[in-house]
Write a protein that binds this ligand. Structure first.
Ligand SMILES: [Cu+2]
Length: 194
C-alpha cells in the first residue's frame, strides 16, 4: 500500500460508490456519537435518581401550595365563565317560536322549492320550517346582492327551524346549497319583502 504523495490523487479518483461509502461511514460515526450522548443522559438521570432526599416535607408543602393556588384559580375563572354562559338560557333558538311574526313551511324537491308564503313586510321575523321530500337540499336565503342571509339543511324526515329577520325590503332569493342532482342549479325561488 502506498500512501503519502499519492493520497490526494487517490481521494480525487474515488468512484461515486466509494464516495457514498465514505458518507455512510461519516453518518454512522455521527449517529454513534449522538447515541452515546443519549446514553450518557440516561445514565446521569439514573444516577441522580438513586440519591434520595430524606426529608420531603418542604417539597411536599410547595407542591400542595401550587396545587391549592391552581385550584382557586380554576374556581375563580370557571364559575364566572359558567355563569356567563348560562345567563342567556334559554337560548334564542330554543325560544324561537314565541318571537316570530310568521311561521312558514318550506320544502325542497328535486328540483324546486315549495314555500308556504313568499311575501313579507320589512322588519318581520319569519320562522321557516324547512324539510325535504326526496334527498338532502340546502335552504339558502340570499339578499339582493346575493349575500347569504341565512341557511339550513333541508332534509327528508326532519324539520329544521330557521329564523330570518328581513331588515331590508327587496327581492330575496332561495337557492339550493347542496348539490342534489342534474337540475340542482334550477332550484331558485323568490321572496318579496315590502
Ligand atoms: Cu337541491
Amino acid at each position: 500500500m502506498q500512501y503519502g504523495g499519492e493520497s490526494l490523487s487517490f481521494l480525487c479518483h474515488l468512484t461515486p460508490e466509494e464516495i457514498a461509502m465514505v458518507e455512510q461511514e461519516a453518518v454512522w460515526l455521527v449517529t454513534l456519537v449522538l447515541m452515546s450522548a443519549v446514553l450518557c443522559v440516561f445514565i446521569f438521570v439514573y444516577a441522580r435518581s438513586q440519591i434520595r432526599q430524606e426529608d420531603y416535607t418542604p417539597l411536599k408543602d410547595r407542591a400542595y401550595r401550587i396545587r391549592a393556588r391552581f385550584f382557586w384559580l380554576l374556581v375563580v375563572t370557571l364559575i364566572p365563565a359558567a355563569l356567563y354562559n348560562l345567563i342567556d338560557l334559554p337560548y334564542p333558538a330554543a325560544n324561537a317560536a314565541s318571537q316570530v311574526d310568521e311561521v312558514v313551511d318550506a320544502r325542497g324537491f328535486q328540483w324546486r322549492w315549495e314555500i308556504g308564503k313568499t311575501e313579507f313586510k320589512t322588519g318581520q321575523t319569519v320562522l321557516f320550517r324547512v324539510s325535504a321530500d326526496d334527498v338532502n337540499h340546502g335552504f339558502g336565503v340570499y339578499d339582493e346582492s346575493l349575500r347569504l342571509v341565512a341557511q339550513t339543511q333541508a332534509m327528508p324526515g326532519y324539520t329544521n327551524a330557521l329564523r330570518v329577520r328581513f331588515d331590508k325590503p327587496g327581492t330575496y332569493k332561495v337557492l339550493c346549497m347542496e348539490y342534489c342532482g342534474t337540475a340542482h342549479h334550477g332550484m331558485i325561488s323568490e321572496l318579496q319583502v315590502k
